[in-house]
Write a protein that binds this ligand. Structure first.
Ligand SMILES: *[C@@H]1O[C@H](CO)[C@@H](O)[C@H](O)[C@H]1NC(C)=O
Ligand SMILES: *[C@@H]1O[C@H](CO)[C@@H](O)[C@H](O)[C@H]1NC(C)=O
Ligand SMILES: *[C@@H]1O[C@H](CO)[C@@H](O)[C@H](O)[C@H]1NC(C)=O
Ligand SMILES: [Zn+2]
Length: 427
């Protein structure tokens, strides 16, 4: 097995001598459950006891950490996971949907009911899998409530507007419901989403006892899941991936630092037609006609921890800015420096949206089940590669995507990832 030298990205390579394709048994694929715990920073399990998650490491695969796409935000990142496409390709560029003519903004939960925000020509795995005969469902997962080319996910539950993020009883009920979908209704692929620890990370901050307590709640829920899988007889035919969309960092505030406040540098009334600011580490501005240079020049070197770009000069490695929805001026702060607009809303103690290279933005990848290796610590990788892995596991032919190929032994492709997958790789 030869790996192209030019590869920028070479994660772990298993010694290929150890790889022998395993003949397929009667069933050509196992079922798959993907769980996302929103805003689970990669190291949240390191300052609190998490016996259940620790046990899973022994029984499965853990990546040291997972790199989400830029912008490190919930809807964009989840949609990259479920499509294998960069954000500038799938077009879900923000949690908020907006209209620069009407100046309307729709919240994260509003957008879950708006197909026009999600359906930009890129198909999420639910739809692709359905078209290939798999039965799929989404439980609160971002994007799961939209129609794609007129097609809905077979079963989709949306979070209500008043849905509490942290009700442990409800968390368990949701697992029971999903187990029933697999056992009684023969679903093949289910995505399940929880709004924690993101909520606590924002409200209380990532370095707090509140966050450690919610991580323990998540750990108990993982323990409940493992028991439920056994009780329902799914242990030998259900693969599980536990992942998340981004990390969390403590928001830096005065007097420790000089916060970023754009109204210190520009007059919004004169220069700005529309903006998306006050939303963590990232913001965008649509200048009034002829005012782009004024805004750019006023902001470019205004604050030592503020990065300011015109759309066409935004760093390409982020694979973010080349979409028509992106506004002409983009801004992001150094980690912890939120991009505040007209004034500072002192709501969030923790936030995200910052550079995905920052360790505080990294998140988790865990997996276990019949097709995964046991006790395997994988090198870090990008979340964009989860999509082709899910396709492999489900025996689904992927849509075009930006991920690497999780190749079987002897195959050749753009790059090789960890040999995580026992059946696929026969390792
Ligand atoms: C999806 O399509 C169905 C059938 O046309 C429609 O009833 C439903 O409102 C659509 N849902 C969304 C979120 O667009
Ligand atoms: C938590 O969820 C359970 C089950 O859905 C419900 O009975 C209970 O009232 C909820 N508790 C709170 C505080 O919302
Ligand atoms: C300022 O920094 C100190 C030391 O890191 C920290 O304990 C404190 O909470 C910070 N204050 C604010 C307002 O961020
Ligand atoms: Zn999130």
């Amino acid at each position: 097995m030869e790996v192209p030298r030019s590869l920028p990205l070479l994660l772990i390579l298993l010694s290929h001598a150890a790889c022998h394709p395993v003949p397929k048994t009667e069933r050509s694929f196992n079922k798959l459950l993907v769980i996302s715990f929103d805003g689970f920073r990669w190291n949240y399990d390191q300052d609190v006891d998490t016996p259940n998650m620790d046990r899973l490491v022994k029984e499965g695969v853990k990546a040291k950490y997972l790199t989400p796409p830029f912008v490190t935000m919930t809807s964009p990142s989840h949609f990259t996971t479920i499509t294998g496409r960069w954000i500038e390709d799938h077009g879900v560029i923000h949690n908020m949907m907006f209209n620069t003519e009407t100046l309307w903004k729709y919240s994260f939960k509003d957008t879950q009911r708006k197909s026009e925000w999600w359906d930009n020509g890129v198909l999420p795995l639910w739809i692709t899998a359905q078209r290939q005969g798999r039965k799929t469902a989404s439980f609160h997962f971002p994007g799961g409530g939209a129609n794609y080319s007129g097609e809905a996910v077979h079963r989709s539950l949306l979070e209500s507007f008043s849905h509490p993020d942290d009700n442990e009883t409800e968390w368990r009920e949701n697992i029971d419901i999903v187990m029933n979908w697999f056992t009684k209704e023969n679903f093949d692929f289910v995505t399940l989403y929880y709004g924690e620890p993101d909520n606590v990370g924002h409200m209380k901050g990532p370095e707090t006892e509140n966050r450690r307590i919610i991580i323990q709640q998540i750990d108990r829920t993982v323990g409940y899941l493992v028991e439920a899988i056994e009780k329902n007889g799914l242990k030998d035919n259900l693969n599980v991936i536990i992942t998340s969309d981004h990390g969390m960092t403590t928001v830096k505030k005065k007097p420790n630092v000089t916060e970023i406040l754009l109204s210190n540098f520009i007059k919004f009334k004169d220069l700005v037609k529309f903006d998306i600011l006050d939303y963590g580490g990232f913001g965008m501005i649509l200048p009034k006609p002829g005012k782009e240079e004024d805004i750019y020049n006023a902001l470019k070197n205004a604050h030592p921890h503020l990065k300011v770009y015109k759309k066409d000069e935004f760093p390409e490695h982020f694979h973010f800015a080349k979409h028509s929805r992106i506004l002409p001026i983009l801004l992001y702060g150094d980690p912890g420096y939120s991009v505040n607009g007209r004034f500072i809303l002192y709501v969030n103690k923790g936030d995200h949206g910052f550079d995905n290279a920052d360790m505080d933005m990294k998140t988790i990848f865990r997996a276990f089940g019949p097709d995964f290796k046991k006790n395997h610590l994988a090198e870090p990788f990008d979340s964009i590669h989860i999509y082709p892995l899910m396709c492999k596991l489900l025996g689904v032919t992927p849509e075009p995507h930006n991920g690497c190929h999780w190749l079987g032994c002897g195959d050749r492709g753009t790059c090789h990832l960890v040999c995580l997958c026992r059946r696929v790789y026969g390792c």
